[in-house]
Design a protein. Structure first.
Length: 213
């Protein structure tokens, strides 16, 4: 009892339940019911890495991960701004924490609309009050109004934008940064400060439907 495998399993469970950032926990919570409703051919853009949402994908969805980095071993190597996919050929597109890393997000949304069949679903998320992060480069932060305009110009309708987080969770996420052990208190912060703020969100989850062109 208490051997190497047990300790490794315990650390894994701690990382998943305690050490994961509040930002990631809220994203997983809000995106899971959306992902679970996907069906048909779905492109997961920027989805080359293992992610907490992996378990949410339903059997009804044929998921194809697209990433610009071959070493991540996605099913398709490609750029979100020039997708290697035929027009009107997919039923869903997922962009989770992707648009902020693209120098031309409007091109990526136009490409998502091009490959989606009319009535297809675009869903995903973007950060707002959040530290500069990541590789590739971090370019943008979007308000809800900006997202509405971008989606409308790209040919999407029925846009829903949901804020997540509040002033306290924003401050906590920034305070923790890349440090691990302060996150042991993150479950307590989530429990005490559950509200969502449209004025001071950590970020947004969005859904939009592809209009007929």
């Amino acid at each position: 009892m208490g051997g190497p495998n047990f300790k490794k399993s315990l650390v894994t469970r701690m990382r998943k339940s305690w050490l994961r950032s509040n930002h990631r926990v809220r994203l997983t919570r809000d995106l899971t019911p959306i992902i679970q409703q996907l069906a048909g051919v779905v492109l997961d853009i920027g989805g080359g890495r293992e992610a907490p949402l992996d378990a949410a994908w339903p059997a009804a969805a044929a998921r194809y991960r697209i990433d610009a980095f071959p070493h991540i071993e996605p099913q398709l190597v490609g750029d979100a701004m020039t997708l290697p996919v035929r027009r009107d050929s997919v039923d869903g597109v997922v962009m989770c924490e992707v648009l902020e890393h693209l120098p031309r997000p409007e091109s990526a949304l136009a490409e998502a609309r091009r490959v989606l069949r009319p009535g297809g679903l675009l869903c995903g998320s973007v950060p707002f009050l959040f530290a500069i992060h990541g590789d590739p480069q971090d370019y943008w932060r979007y308000t809800a109004s900006t997202l509405q305009n971008l989606f409308a110009e790209a040919g999407f309708r029925d846009v829903v934008i949901m804020p997540h987080g509040n002033r306290v969770t924003v401050a906590w996420t920034l305070l923790c940064g890349e440090a691990t052990w302060p996150r042991l208190l993150s479950p307590l912060v989530r429990r005490l400060f559950r509200s969502e703020s449209a004025q001071s969100p950590e970020g947004y989850v969005f859904t939009a439907i592809a209009s007929a062109l």
